[in-house]
Ligand binder design. Structure first.
Ligand SMILES: [Zn+2]
Length: 127
């Protein structure tokens, strides 16, 4: 399923610089040593509003998922998922190349990067 062209909005430059280089970069509060999703703006633990960016391992486990079947039946279904990174934060993403019958909560996943001709590179997860 085509997800359209991604454009960065300024706040997420380090995230997209990371995906372009094949690295998963998320937010991290250095004071608390806690990790957050890329769209987090402040630390709920200590109230810091200047979260750092840091490279995550790319290891994750499946939390939940849904299958979207495009109207055009020639297109393969898309697997939209919520994954938990090894560092803790949850990320909305897509699964790629997965066997639907193997999907289960806790399934180990690894980040993979897609570099479209147009727009920003993005991350999805494979088993
Ligand atoms: Zn904090």
């Amino acid at each position: 399923m085509d997800i359209g062209v991604l454009r960065r909005d300024g706040r997420t430059d380090p995230f997209f610089d990371g995906t372009a280089a094949g690295r998963l970069v998320v937010r991290r509060c250095e004071a608390c040593d806690r990790w957050f999703a890329p769209d987090e703006t402040g630390c709920p633990g200590c109230g810091a509003d200047d979260l750092a960016w840091a490279e995550a391992s790319g290891e994750a486990t499946l939390v939940t998922w849904t299958v979207t079947r495009p109207r055009d039946s020639d297109q393969p279904p898309a697997y939209l998922a919520l994954v938990e990174l090894a560092e803790g934060p949850w990320l909305h993403t897509r699964l790629d190349g997965v066997d639907p019958v193997s999907l289960r909560e806790g399934l180990p996943l690894r980040a993979a990067f897609v570099h479209p001709d147009e727009g920003e590179s993005y991350v999805l997860f494979r088993h």
